[in-house]
Write a protein that binds this ligand. Structure first.
Ligand code: ADP
Ligand code: MG
Length: 723
């Protein structure tokens, strides 16, 4: 096929496609968690004492009694086998943002040649996948190559239906033989433990006698694009890089905002219904769905859950979106910026902390008592975000997210906190020392006279802030759509743990000096605002003024991943992770190495694709058109008609510029001698990327000149508007 024949064929296939039949509607109760081995299924199948022991581990994080594993394993296997599973898999989360699993059969061959299905406690609890192909930043390259997976009892096992049938999936951590975390779950669990410890200290100092374990919660809003696979499969860039490296913006983009909250097209509706059913069966509480701003863009958000389970569920959600899309003839794009000039995709991570006794600690409530508690926790967040803002930037730093952050559709790379006018006012009063506290009848009371009763959602919305308070939680909006939420959750939990420890130390020493509790709290809050109030910003985060003001306030603006990742090497970040016990220096360094390597790899793959697509797809189309055009011009000249030559000259010039730049790009890619990884990243960001953009600029201009029937790539218009 030449020229646009493949495009024409794709369009006719799409237009004549038979819709996947919509599933008959099912009752939620008939779908909910049918594929999950949750507490209620354990209760039904386990002896009472064993069930109590497992439940204790799940709910309070206490160590699992090893003797129960065998009994649980048998019950789990029997349940999975009854659902049709022949295999089990330890599922783990390597540093790549992906999900990995190794499948093993339940089959056990007996002496007489017969087989039984078998699953012992020790294989439930521990596995040894051949994980040597996962990036580990050098942790395992030297001595032992072994990596182990270990059962995370706090995240329920489930059966997953794939083309290979049903598999029992067991969420696990992935650690090296030397005990270092090779995955994203281990530090998440450690960060929750660190935050719990510090939060408990503070809650006790605030006078609470009974304090249940404090956990963090997460609700992640996932944005994504759906593109018909007939188009996606004829675009090497979408297939290999997940984004278009070429493509002229369509005459009609998203200017009319007519997609946002518009009716969901029927075909997408059928797709979403299947996604939701699969999520419900896996116990993932899908809650909202709607169109997003860009054409072809959608969002799905679950009801929030505990951070660890939410993080596993988020990984599953990405897998389900991708696999279900394939079934429906779509490609699901989770890239942060699949189309230049069109809004990209993010993942808003809603995050809070709380427990069973004090409730949501970031809920202002409406009593003075909980207001005090709230102000202390909210103040601790403000301090953390200010002190460790660059870390929050670093954990969302990827080659793909660089296209989105700061592009007037997503928050800037400057990390600030939005509180809403009501809270901003209260914290300003604190700075001025205006709120007077006094201890009143049993209930703690921080200036009831001056402290207004909070009205939930009183604050307006500010979509330009990267870190916004939204009524009873913070919403971290700089996270990329394709990212695991674990890194951001680890960062938020860890900086909060650090801040709460600082608060607890202050309060303890003030109380020891005989200061009254309310006065001590006010002093702490005032110090937080004096030292860290600069991070609070309620204005337009997209504006030029903010960039200037932020610089004056000393807030970092780390524009690229190359700038941001080096934060992981800073001494104060190493100290933070070491003293909270979340990551050892070796583990932190390995993360820097892996993320830097992934950044370089992503840019290298894209740069090579830019070169090859320019040369083998765009150049041939342009010279064919040029031949046609110049042939016609000279033929007409023979019969005395002068056709203007400008258009041929323009095409020729663009072709030459494109190919010259592509050669420069290819030469630039052959440089490999870099003193440090930082240098290499800066080179990728400052030299390779601009050359790629330049090649694209010429190619996109050619798309506007070359005859449409010769153009080899599905256009933006086709991909975004034909459904
Ligand atoms: P919006 O688009 O207005 O931000 P959505 O309803 O799409 O709101 O998403 C809000 C997300 O925040 C949901 O996933 C919701 O469950 C979650 N959320 C609500 N309360 C909390 C909380 N206390 N902790 C964590 N997430 C929360
Ligand atoms: Mg949101």
């Amino acid at each position: 096929m030449s020229g646009n024949e493949s495009r024409v064929q794709a369009i006719s296939q799409i237009v004549n496609r038979k819709l996947m039949p919509a599933q008959p509607p099912k009752r939620l109760e008939d779908m909910w968690a049918t594929d999950v081995f949750n507490l209620s299924k354990m209760q039904a199948s386990l002896p009472k004492s064993i069930f109590k022991s497992v439940k204790n581990t799940v709910q309070t994080g206490q160590k699992l009694d090893p003797s129960v594993a065998d009994v649980v394993a048998v019950a789990m296997k029997d349940w999975a086998v009854s659902k049709g599973a022949l295999y089990y898999a330890h599922v783990f989360y390597p540093l790549t943002n992906g999900t990995a699993e190794k499948h093993d059969g339940f089959i056990s061959v007996q002496g007489d040649g017969s087989v039984i299905s078998e699953f012992a406690g020790k294989v439930l609890v521990q596995g040894e996948p051949d994980g040597s192909s996962f990036p580990n930043g050098g942790i395992r390259s030297t001595a032992a190559a072994r990596g182990y997976t270990a059962w995370d009892v706090t995240s329920p096992a489930y059966v997953m239906e794939t083309d290979n049938g049903m598999t029992l999936c067991i969420p696990t951590v992935f650690i090296s033989w030397t005990g270092e975390a090779l995955d994203k779950k281990t530090p998440l669990l450690r960060s929750i433990a660190a935050m719990n410890k510090a939060a408990t200290r503070v809650l006790k100092l605030l006078g609470n006698t009974e304090v249940a374990p404090v956990n963090s919660s997460c609700g992640a809003e996932q944005e994504y694009f759906l593109i018909d696979s007939n188009f996606a499969n004829s675009r090497p860039d979408l297939m290999l890089a997940g984004r278009t490296l070429f493509g002229k913006p369509p005459a009609k983009g998203q200017q009319f905002d007519d997609h946002y909250f518009g009716a969901i097209p029927e075909r997408v509706q059928v797709f979403m219904q299947e996604v939701e059913e699969r999520m419900y069966r896996l116990g993932i509480p899908a809650k909202t769905r709607h169109n997003e701003v860009a054409p072809g863009q959608f969002e799905i958000a679950p009801f929030f859950e505990s951070a660890n389970v939410a993080s596993d569920h988020q990984q599953l959600t990405m897998t389900i979106l991708r696999n279900t899309a394939k079934k429906h003839g779509f490609m699901c794009l989770l890239h942060e910026k699949p189309f230049a000039g069109i809004n990209g995709s993010g993942k808003h991570v809603n995050w809070s902390v709380g427990n069973a006794t004090q409730g949501n600690l970031l809920d202002p409530g409406d009593t003075p008592h909980s207001n005090v508690q709230f102000l202390v926790f909210c103040g601790a967040v403000i301090r953390g975000v200010h002190k460790y803002g660059p870390l929050l930037r670093a954990v969302v730093a990827t080659a793909s997210n660089d296209h989105r952050l700061g592009a007037n559709e997503a928050p800037p790379a400057i990390i600030s906190v939005y509180l809403g006018s009501q809270l901003e006012d209260i914290f300003e009063q604190i700075t001025k020392g205006g709120i007077q506290g006094s201890q009143g009848r049993g209930i703690m009371n921080l200036g009831v006279e001056t402290l207004p009763t909070f009205i939930k959602d009183a604050g307006d919305r500010n979509r330009t802030s990267p870190f916004a308070f939204t009524g009873n939680r913070f919403e971290f909006r700089a996270v990329g759509s394709g990212q695991s939420v674990s890194g951001p959750l680890v960062a938020m939990n860890t900086i909060l743990a650090d801040s709460l420890d600082w608060v607890a130390n202050k309060l303890e020493s003030d109380l020891a000096k005989g200061t009254e509790l309310n006065a001590a709290i006010q002093t702490v809050l005032k110090e937080v605002m004096d030292d860290h109030g600069a991070v609070v910003f309620g204005g337009n985060g997209y504006s030029e003024e903010w960039h200037k003001m932020a610089a004056e306030r000393g807030l970092a603006n780390l524009r690229t991943t190359a700038d941001a990742l080096t934060v992981l090497k800073a001494g104060y970040i190493e100290d933070l992770f070491e003293k909270t016990g979340v990551l050892t220096p070796v583990e932190l360094e390995s993360r820097y190495d892996v993320y830097a390597e992934q950044y370089l790899l992503a840019i290298e793959v894209e740069a090579k694709l830019v070169g090859s697509m320019a040369k083998t797809m765009i150049y041939p189309a342009a010279v064919r058109y040029l031949a046609e055009l110049s042939g016609t011009i000279s033929k007409l000249k023979e019969i005395g008609i002068e056709l203007e030559k400008e258009s041929a000259e323009k095409v020729a010039t663009l072709v030459k510029s494109m190919m010259d730049t592509a050669s420069k790009l290819s030469a630039a890619l052959s440089k490999h001698d870099f003193a440090t990884t930082e240098d290499h990243m800066q080179y990728a960001s400052q030299t390779i990327r601009p050359l790629m953009d330049e090649v694209r600029q010429y190619a996109d201009a050619l798309e506007g000149e070359v005859a449409d029937d010769l153009w080899p790539l599905p256009t933006y218009q086709e991909m975004l508007f034909i459904k």
